[in-house]
Design a protein around this ligand. Structure first.
Ligand code: PMP
Length: 396
């Protein structure tokens, strides 16, 4: 074709996960591949009542444009919820409603990144964020991680020796893809480093409220004294993703830039979606709903952990997440998780090979498993089949 595309698209490909998900649509496939919530927990009956109430009580408002910042009562509730759940001290004015937190990730790139600027991130990190930010032509530097998340000494080393670091992207709670959580000492150390270098931080936190066990840990935003942390939240995992509602919480100067991006992208998030989610919180108990989600995922996590302990060879390592949706499997060196995924798919089991979670590539023996979206018996069966394939790979 003779048309010429923008240079910024040169390094962009469709998400590997989205391609893979197409193959996992067959009903017989046991899929650990997506990051999807359990649909049987969606409050469908409640939302029928909610939508009728919104249209009967405020139909004309619901079907009209609203402000770019978002529907005021919903912003109030989000600020209150953050202050209660995450120990922040924020106001409704600090919140911009976005189309999922994914849109906030795109805006972060748009706001901070010129071609060749450096983004620091955990290695591995959420590929959806990396892909969104890639459009702004950054260079990614991956900071090594261990079982407690980003290694702060490594971060310090990189900051001390690298020019043009414009932004740090992190997921400190139940990370996607690894399921890991940073302990308190790391959070404090991180903030100390950040305050020294004064670099903006994107704290992506879709899973923080989904803690099944262990102690609550404060968000980076709640530890931020200089207005450097830009917090991204979402209703996708504590409620449902279909409304596409998330938010950005940041200092006024920064939020103003995000607001300008929002105006250009789509003017505002859907008025009726915002009003329905707001109304759900008036008519029903979101906390109780979150508890139901946690109880279900905790069981599924336990079943997956037990099955992996029983079935996987000892040379396979995996994380033990205290919340969230994912565990991360490290296969013995030499096993290629991408090749192995094809063999698993022949046995109707799917997962995401880890390679695409490393922005600079080069790691082939990891994979991400999701446990929120499959019933317990299928989790056991899927892990059994995966274990058979791993054993075959090791025997080769
Ligand atoms: N950040 C992370 C770490 C995620 O895992 C996801 C979704 N899987 C998102 C952001 C985007 O979610 P949403 O746009 O639905 O809020």
């Amino acid at each position: 074709m003779a048309v010429k595309f923008a240079k910024r698209l040169d390094n962009l490909e469709g998400s590997a996960i989205r391609e893979l998900l197409k193959l996992t649509q067959r009903p017989e496939v046991i899929s650990f591949a997506g990051g999807m919530p359990a649909p049987e927990l969606f409050p469908v009956e409640e939302m029928k009542k909610v939508s009728v109430a919104v249209l009967e009580e405020q139909g004309q408002v619901a079907l009209q444009y609203t402000t770019t910042e978002g529907y005021a009562p919903l912003r109030e509730k989000i600020a209150d919820r953050m202050n209660t759940k995450l120990k922040t001290n924020v106001k409704a004015d600090d919140i911009l409603i976005t189309s999922g937190s994914q849109q906030g990730l795109d805006f972060a790139g748009k706001v901070f990144i010129d071609e060749g600027d450096v983004i620091l991130c955990e290695s591995p990190s959420y590929m959806g964020a990396l892909n969104a930010m890639k459009a702004y032509q950054p260079k990614f530097i991956e900071i090594p991680t261990d079982n407690d998340g980003m290694i702060m000494e490594e971060l310090e080393k990189v900051l001390a020796t690298t020019d043009r670091v414009k932004m740090i992207y992190v997921i400190p709670d139940f990370q996607n893809p690894s399921g890991r959580t940073w302990p308190m000492e790391r959070r404090l150390k991180f903030m100390e480093i950040i305050n020294k270098y004064e670099i903006p931080v994107i704290e992506d936190n879709p899973y923080g409220e989904l803690r099944f066990d262990g102690e609550f840990l404060p968000s980076l935003k709640s530890l931020d004294t200089k207005g450097l942390v830009i917090f991204l939240g979402t209703f996708s995992k504590i409620f449902c993703p279909g409304y596409r509602l998330g938010w950005t919480c940041a200092a006024p100067e920064i939020l103003n830039k995000f607001n300008i991006c929002k105006q250009g992208a789509d003017l505002q998030a859907s008025t009726i979606s915002q009003m329905e989610v707001n109304k759900f919180m008036d008519m029903f108990d979101l906390d109780a709903h979150v508890e139901k989600i946690k109880a279900c995922y905790r069981k599924r996590r336990d079943v997956m952990m037990k099955a992996m302990e029983e079935e996987f060879p000892d040379s396979v390592e995996f994380t033990h997440p205290q919340g969230g949706l994912f565990t991360w499997v490290i296969l013995p060196e030499g096993i290629n998780a991408g090749e192995m995924a094809k063999k698993c798919l022949e046995k109707d089991v799917a997962y995401v090979p880890g390679e695409s979670f490393y922005p600079n590539g080069g790691v082939y023996n990891t994979c991400r498993l999701n446990y929120s979206n499959m019933p317990e018996d299928k989790i056991v069966e899927g892990i059994k089949r995966m274990a058979e394939v791993i054993k075959e790979e090791l025997a080769e």
